[in-house]
Design a protein around this ligand. Sequence first.
Ligand SMILES: Cc1cc2nc3c(=O)[nH]c(=O)nc-3n(C[C@H](O)[C@H](O)[C@H](O)COP(=O)(O)O)c2cc1C
Length: 323
Amino acid sequence: MKTRITELLGIEHPIIQGGMHYVGFAELAAAVSNAGGLGIITGLTQKSPSDLANEIARCRDMTDKPFGVNLTFLPTVTSPDYPGYVRAIIEGGVRVVETAGRNPQQVLPALKDAGIKVIHKCTSVRHSLKAQSIGCDAVSVDGFECGGHPGEDDVPNMILLPRAADELEIPFVASGGMADARSLVAALALGADGMNMGTRFIATREAPVHENVKRALVAASELDTRLVMRPLRNTERVLMNSATQKVLEKEAALGAELRFEDIIDEVAGVYPRVMIDGETDTGVWSCGMVAGLIHDIPTCAELIGRIMSEAEALIRQRLGGML
Ligand SMILES: Cc1cc2nc3c(=O)[nH]c(=O)nc-3n(C[C@H](O)[C@H](O)[C@H](O)COP(=O)(O)O)c2cc1C
């Protein structure tokens, strides 16, 4: 399949694996890229720019296909060494960067000068247009269904994607709620040039996370996510578990008085314990509604292979047959 995204990124299939904290290590990024998609290493999971440089080198040892690095701009008090991470990306010869969180303007000149393609992930048409105006090459449009931070507008992809298609000139991928061939064909029909998946890629053989995490995703239904941190305007869609329950109770009790410190035990620094140690109830962790469409733990090649072959059948037979 050829779309503006496969052309822009030099990949075989229009499927991207979004950056995921403590999931997007070299093993997963390389597996997705080897399967013809675009794998992405999560920059900030690496504790320093030199750790990121090592991770990029490890990924290059595992694939000769293009892969990317995610740079997330977090609302933190002490800012990570972004210039250092950008240097590691450029010196590592990475060709694609996925930015997310705040406006990526501060890192764009350096990335663009190095010839790196920048995909900014955002949750609204206005932020997508801003990304286009500052020179991003593409956007990843993240609907309300998505795992992680859906923003505060609550517009699902059935509306958000055609709205983005109406306004944007640069290519974009659909993100949030994408799991299979039906997602891809629907995303293309709504005007996107491909799709970005997060949660679905965690339940793959190569994702270097504890089996408990993969099993939790297979067991979860589309009813098992919740939104937390809305009172802090830092809304996150997470899997329902005992920590999530605790956060929701504190949010209900404290209302507008809620401070980050009130929920710090459930939300801060929990990813290594969840993803590596498999303590899936120890804190809140991002998960999309798409968990309801995840029933197995295939390899990335099996997953992407079946998406592409079923997408072709959907387009040629089911849709073509209706004409
Ligand atoms: C466990 C997990 C961790 C994530 N961490 C990040 C992150 O660090 N930076 C980021 O930009 N997006 C992060 N995301 C969002 C994904 O990149 C992607 O946009 C989102 O998962 C898409 O929605 P989906 O889960 O419905 O596919 C995370 C998602 C999950 C499920």
